[in-house]
Design a protein around this ligand. Structure first.
Ligand SMILES: *Cc1c(COP(=O)(O)O)cnc(C)c1O
Length: 387
């Protein structure tokens, strides 16, 4: 597969491996083991696993490998390792590279489970520093020479603060730190994270890549050295590999990712603009009033598929949710179906009120993941629910 082809083409073709039957669709190799022709062959495989040679699905599987190769092609990285979930990817990427005494600097505007992983690192003697990820001066101060890694969501969950990948990467690289970016809200469609300086890009593929809210999955994209020498040994021995079935779902999701995400982002832009015009407090990186609007346009070329609303109170947020007829109350995102979430009482309820406030989450915050319905129907539902 040629790297000169457009991402949309690579999302359909990259990484394909055909069996002797020449099947058109990506085959689902629902097998954990692989038979050897001889004892000698088994011995040889365990000594050196070649690109087309597999020994156990926890280490690798042809369907999972197709998905990994397709993701690496889309992200423009040398390699990728697919994981059981987005959190297995975040945990794997960070845990695999640190030891006690190392320093990790992270944005405090993170998904609740990402913050939990950082707590685990701290429990094992890693020095974890949290800061306001939108403040380059804070990064400059915190990323001291010898810092092992920096970690942030390129667009934060749930209130859509946009982090400057190029700016943070420059600071990190000057200190010798690896840049790990959770790129879920940007999606591979709007991502040029590696071009902008990221070393490792992680996704929860449960979200836009599946696109139908069916299966859990994750992926770590990076250099061959990082993926195969750092992340893979940790993940294959601790059981973080993706199910081949889920990898097969993700491969299929990728073929329509570009069309879906662009349609969802177009709808999100229209809805954000209309709600803003109606006097609702809307947070959307595509609106000129968003504090990082210019950065979002430079970095992603889009406002993305997610919108946050700041309503007056928890009661106002709950009333709005309970009046919705078309939009579902759930906590996934990137689904074909539009979803509303109240982060303070669900995805981010584990956090202390102070930590939530620092992450910009109030009792009135709603997170909207815009799906594939007609935007006029979504807007009508939102307008009637906001009363
Ligand atoms: C959902 C999500 C994750 C975790 O992904 P899972 O597949 O649910 O484990 C990590 N980071 C962000 C930004 C997410 O939205």
């Amino acid at each position: 597969m040629s790297d000169s082809q457009h991402p949309r083409t690579r999302a359909v073709h990259a990484g394909i491996r055909r069996s002797q039957y020449g099947e058109m669709a990506e085959a689902l190799f629902l097998t954990q083991g692989f038979a050897y022709d001889s004892a000698e062959q088994a011995e040889a495989r365990f000594q050196k696993i070649g690109p087309d040679e597999f020994i156990y699905a926890r280490y690798g599987n042809p369907t999972s490998r197709m998905f990994e190769d397709r993701m690496a092609s889309l992200e423009g990285t040398e390699d990728a390792f697919a994981t059981a979930s987005g959190m297995a990817a975040v945990n794997g990427a960070l845990m695999a590279m640190v030891k006690p005494g190392d320093r990790v600097v992270a944005a405090r505007q993170l998904f609740g489970s990402c913050l939990y992983v950082l707590d685990i690192l701290a429990r094992f003697g890693v020095e974890v520093v949290l800061l306001d990820g939108t403040n380059l001066a804070a990064w400059r101060e915190a990323v001291t020479p010898g810092t092992k890694a920096v970690f942030f969501e390129s667009v934060s969950n749930p209130v859509l603060e946009v982090m400057d990948i190029a700016g943070i990467s420059e600071i990190a690289h000057a200190a010798g730190a690896l840049v790990v970016v959770d790129n879920v809200f940007t999606t591979p469609v709007f991502s040029r994270a590696v071009e902008q300086g990221a070393d490792v890009v992680v996704y929860s593929t449960t979200k836009h890549i599946d696109g139908g809210g069916r299966a859990l999955g994750g992926v770590i994209c990076g250099t061959r050295h990082f993926v195969r020498e750092v992340a893979e040994p940790y993940l294959k021995h601790t059981g973080g590999a993706i199910s081949p079935f889920n990898a097969w779902i993700m491969l299929n999701g990728l073929t329509t990712l570009d069309l879906r995400v662009r349609a969802m982002a177009d709808s999100a832009a229209q809805i954000a603009q209309a709600l803003d015009g109606a006097g609702v407090r809307v947070i959307y990186p595509g609106l000129p009033a968003h504090p990082q609007h210019e950065l979002a346009m430079r970095q992603m070329g889009s406002g993305g598929t997610m919108i946050a609303l700041q309503l007056a109170s928890k009661q106002a947020a709950f009333d709005c949710m309970n009046r919705l007829r078309l939009i579902s109350i759930s906590n996934n995102l990137g689904d074909a179906k539009t979803i509303v979430t109240h982060p303070a009482t669900t995805t981010h309820q584990r956090l202390s009120p102070e930590t939530r406030a620092q992450a910009g989450i109030t009792d009135g915050t709603l997170r909207l993941s815009i799906g594939l319905e007609h935007p006029a129907d979504l807007l009508a539902d939102l307008m009637q629910s906001l009363g």
